[in-house]
Ligand binder design. Structure first.
Ligand code: ATP
Length: 214
């Protein structure tokens, strides 16, 4: 927190302005597709930590996932995230990693955000499955220096984030929803209603994603 002030020629205080740093949450992901679990997490963490915004940052090249399966294009995933957050107060779709190109590294994204939002307090938000692998992330020490680490539990047995870092645990409704289950539902025809918003479903149909007909 900082103050600016102006003093008149007699030495009296004219006015002062309290400058409260912006609080910005970074919630990165593949979002292939974005679902109810992502949105419920983002709005609840924003509320608990009093964040001004939470950016759902779409990974350009999720290098840890590309190795194991085909991922929808970055442009399609961004379109789905834009549709998902449309009209949701305080949620923002982030395209920085797509604009930057190449593999997506959170440390680079945080550096870019600290330039875009000078003086902001940054928070890196992850589910416990992602937090458990945090040691394998590129430049994890830098991420921990640039931001406060926030972990939310997903359903199932709790996964422990590496203890050499300080973690802030935030309780959010635990929803057993994952993008992999949703992709499987597209294949086997199980219902998708409520798990994916109507706005996202429209993008999926319009772009013929996950085997849906255009
Ligand atoms: P996939 O099933 O393809 O691995 P995912 O559902 O885990 O995908 P991602 O886009 O990989 O979705 O996740 C982005 C971030 O959102 C990660 O930090 C992940 O832990 C978190 N996340 C995903 N689903 C949930 C959920 N249901 N509740 C809380 N956090 C979630």
């Amino acid at each position: 927190m900082a103050f600016t002030h102006s003093i008149n020629s007699d030495g009296y205080l004219n006015s002062y302005t309290l400058i409260v740093p912006m609080r910005v949450g970074l919630f990165g992901g593949t979002f292939d597709p974005p679902h109810l679990g992502h949105l419920v997490t983002a709005v609840n963490v924003r509320n608990v930590l009093k964040l001004d915004i939470v950016i759902l940052m779409v990974a350009n090249d999720p290098w840890q996932k590309h190795a194991t399966r085909e991922v929808a294009s970055a442009v399609d995933r961004l379109a789905m995230v834009r549709a998902a957050i449309k009209d949701v107060d305080g949620l923002v779709a982030g395209d920085d990693e797509i604009t930057r190109g190449g593999p997506s590294f959170t440390a680079d994204t945080l550096t870019a955000l600290s330039v875009r939002y000078p003086g902001a307090e940054l928070f890196t938000i992850v589910g416990d499955d992602a937090a458990a692998k945090f040691g394998t992330w590129q430049r994890s020490n830098e991420i921990a220096k640039l931001s406060t680490l926030v972990v939310v539990d997903r359903p199932g047995s709790p996964l422990m984030p590496p203890s050499e870092f300080t973690w802030n645990r935030v309780e959010v409704p635990r929803l057993e929803v994952s993008s992999s289950d949703l992709r499987a539902r597209f294949v086997d025809g199980r219902p998708l209603e409520y798990l994916i918003s109507d706005e996202v479903m429209q993008v999926i149909s319009a772009r013929g994603l996950y085997g849906s007909k255009k």
